[in-house]
Design a protein. Structure first.
Length: 139
């Protein structure tokens, strides 16, 4: 393991610890019972807060799965290599996104092809139809 690998592993470990704390907090929050006895505005606020908390929890769990996947790649000796083409992922990309699974070229192809969902670059390049949100390739 190189010094850079150790630094990236440390970033992943720190991120995982932070996520575990966030998840524990989000799971410990009490769900407020939204009922007709509450004022309508209070019920709406409570429902919104609950939905927001649930969305944050799902995002944190998804991110944790990505971090765990990256950590398992360290154990397998495949960390830092693109899952699409096998080339080494640029260190600057890994430093910015330590759980990156794809090199920049493969990530761009995935976004343009809509797998799993197009990103901001596809939108900037006109690969997304803004009217109905559907992916559409324009020639």
């Amino acid at each position: 393991m190189t010094r850079d690998d150790a630094r990236l592993r440390r970033l992943l470990d720190i991120e995982k610890e932070s996520l575990l704390q966030d998840i524990a907090y989000l799971q410990s929050r009490e769900h407020i019972q939204v009922s007709a006895s509450n004022h309508m505005a209070d019920s709406g606020t409570a429902a919104f807060d609950q939905a927001s908390g649930d969305a944050l929890l799902q995002q944190a769990l998804h991110r944790l799965r990505r971090i765990d996947h990256a950590l398992s790649k360290f154990e397998q000796g495949t960390y830092g290599f693109c899952e699409g083409c096998g080339v080494p992922i640029d260190f600057a990309r890994l430093k910015a996104l330590p759980d990156a699974r794809f090199c920049l070229n493969c990530q761009r192809k995935r976004e343009i092809n809509g797998s799993p969902s197009p990103g901001p670059r596809a939108m900037e390049e006109g690969k997304i139809n803004h009217n109905n949100g559907a992916s559409k390739h324009f020639s």
